[in-house]
Design a protein around this ligand. Structure first.
Ligand code: PBG
Length: 329
């Protein structure tokens, strides 16, 4: 048995070069995904009060931020849409002229090499703000599947590389895979929000998207934060249904779940550092209570360490720039 004074872990921390040599996990801009809020109309760059430095962009105003992202080494974006009209059944989610399909067409044309992902969920497109169709005051699973697969098809037809269902209806990955394959979109990937918890950390996002539920909450479809074993079941079902990548969301409060899935499954794992994670760090940084730049790199590195191959984060561009001056890559 070796022990002190022979064994001294501090030798491995003696200087930055040695620390870099033995570092177990690295973070690269190519592993970061930038979420973008795309709004209807033109000439719009709207600030979001609860998410400092994040904006809603109309399609004609997207170029600049995507240029910034790509020149800092980011290769993928995830699009969310704010439509002009909403109704009970989310009709505007199926509009090929809506903000998301229009943005996909523009980005695929102007930014070769960019991976374009789209959020597939109807909450932003419905007047009630739920992620599924409402029948008798309940969110109805099976009738929602048609709507979701139709929306995924519209995105694929516009040229999306990856569709990402975030609704948490049962069977939606299967419904989307089937519909895409029938129409010849075998190569469109599905990134499934497989393990999505009913979280308070989505608050600022609902502000940004004007998409909070008008009655009740999302607990009848999103997962109970107290549950761990249920995550295995959700992940296994989505794998059987044809998911290509699995997501855990939110990220930091659920690192144990990420690690569990990394140990158990072979699919690439994605983590979503959600709006509330972003805004709490930004607020503490603004007060001077934490060093925000260090906190960004520390949280993202921790998410990688827990097992994520890729991370969706509103800090993507800032983090990529910080990484360029660090030895963490
Ligand atoms: C649902 C959706 C939500 C988020 C992504 N997709 C909100 C919700 O489930 O209430 C949250 C993302 C974030 O908080 O950054 N379409």
């Amino acid at each position: 048995m070796m022990a002190f004074p022979t064994d001294r872990p501090r030798r491995l921390r003696i200087n930055p070069s040695v620390r870099s040599l033995v570092r177990e996990n690295r973070l690269s801009p190519a592993q970061l995904v930038l979420p973008l809020f795309v709004t209807h109309g033109t000439g719009k760059t709207e600030p979001i009060p609860s998410m400092p430095d994040v904006f809603r962009h109309s399609v004609d105003r997207l170029q600049r931020i995507v240029d910034e992202a790509m020149s800092s080494g980011i290769k993928s974006v995830l699009l969310f849409g704010i439509p002009e009209t909403k109704d009970e059944v989310g009709t505007s989610a199926l509009d090929p002229g809506g903000p998301v399909p229009a943005a996909v067409r523009m980005l695929k044309k102007d930014f070769p090499g960019l991976v374009v992902m789209t959020d597939v969920c109807i909450d932003e497109y419905t007047t009630h703000g739920h992620c599924g169709l409402v029948r008798d005051n309940r969110v109805d699973n099976d009738s929602t599947l048609e709507c979701l697969s139709g929306m995924a098809l519209v995105h694929a037809q516009a040229g999306a590389d990856i569709v990402a269902p975030s609704d948490m209806m049962d069977g939606r990955v299967q419904a989307i895979r089937k519909r895409l394959d029938q129409k010849g979109f075998q190569d469109t990937l599905i990134l499934s929000y497989a393990v999505k918890y009913a979280s308070s950390f989505y608050g600022p996002f609902r502000d940004a998207m004007m998409s909070g539920p008008r009655f009740g909450d999302r607990s009848s479809y999103q997962m109970d934060p107290a549950n761990r074993r249920e995550a295995f079941r959700e992940a296994s079902l989505d794998i059987e249904e044809g998911a290509d990548i699995l997501m855990v969301k939110p990220a930091l409060p659920y690192l144990d779940i990420l690690r569990d899935l990394a140990n158990r499954h072979d699919l690439p794992l994605c983590a979503y550092q959600v709006s509330g994670e972003y805004s709490t760090l930004m607020a503490a940084g603004k007060e001077g209570w934490i060093d925000i730049d260090r906190a960004i790199l520390e949280t993202l590195t921790s998410i990688r360490r827990a097992g994520a191959s890729m991370i969706i984060t509103y800090f993507a561009i800032r983090a990529a720039r910080l990484l360029a001056q660090s030895d963490l890559t």
